[in-house]
Design a protein around this ligand. Structure first.
Ligand code: SF4
Length: 189
């Protein structure tokens, strides 16, 4: 599979997920607090290399990959390097279009528990500041209502490239790994 084909397939998974999330948000009225980005400050976010391949490919195509690689190599903080705490607007992600799978899923998806029941995963701010809508959504999900299921989307990435989508790394390392995939791919072409 070429790297272009992998990127295209990952982006197709992201597009389908974004549509499913939009439908869930419309049904539940749950939404991120304007300008929040609190979840992005977590120092222990994990991701796979594959979910950042579209970002790496975009940076390669726009001649930015070297500067971003240097930025990652000199970075000491475990907090995501894409996060821009000074950004104005709805959120603090400076590359929102290219954010990872975990970034899309968090807040608007469910995991399946050992009894096979779906459990809504969302942030404390939504739980407390939108408690009525959250309780209603949680019940609907528990009763089998429509919601993106995390494992389904990780499985779809695994079908694209098992090697690049099985190992969970600290988010900046996952990004760096994606950059190295793209750089070595084109180094030999
Ligand atoms: S990629 Fe964007 S959404 Fe994901 S953790 Fe980083 S700043 Fe947050």
């Amino acid at each position: 599979m070429t790297i272009e084909e992998k990127v295209r397939d990952v982006e197709a998974v992201f597009d389908a997920l974004d549509q499913e999330i939009a439908a869930f948000q419309a049904a539940s009225s749950l939404h991120c607090k304007f300008g929040c980005g609190k979840c992005c400050f977590k120092p222990d976010i994990e991701a796979t290399i594959l979910e950042f391949l579209p970002f790496a490919f975009h940076l390669y195509q726009t001649n930015q990959i070297e500067s971003w690689y240097d930025k990652l190599s000199s970075n000491q903080s475990p907090v995501c390097v894409i996060l821009n705490p000074d950004q104005s607007g709805a959120g603090l992600c400076s590359e929102y279009k290219y954010r990872g799978l975990i970034c899309r899923l968090f807040g608007y998806s469910a995991r399946t528990n050992k009894y096979g029941k779906k459990e809504l995963i969302t942030c404390q701010i939504i739980k407390t500041e939108q408690s009525e809508n959250y309780i209603a959504a949680e019940q609907r999900v528990s009763d089998g209502g429509e919601v993106p299921v995390m494992s389904n989307y990780y499985m779809q990435l695994r079908n694209i490239d098992p090697e690049l989508s099985t190992r969970f790394l600290p988010i900046n390392q996952a990004m760096k790994g994606a950059f190295e995939q793209v750089l070595s791919y084109f180094a030999y072409r």
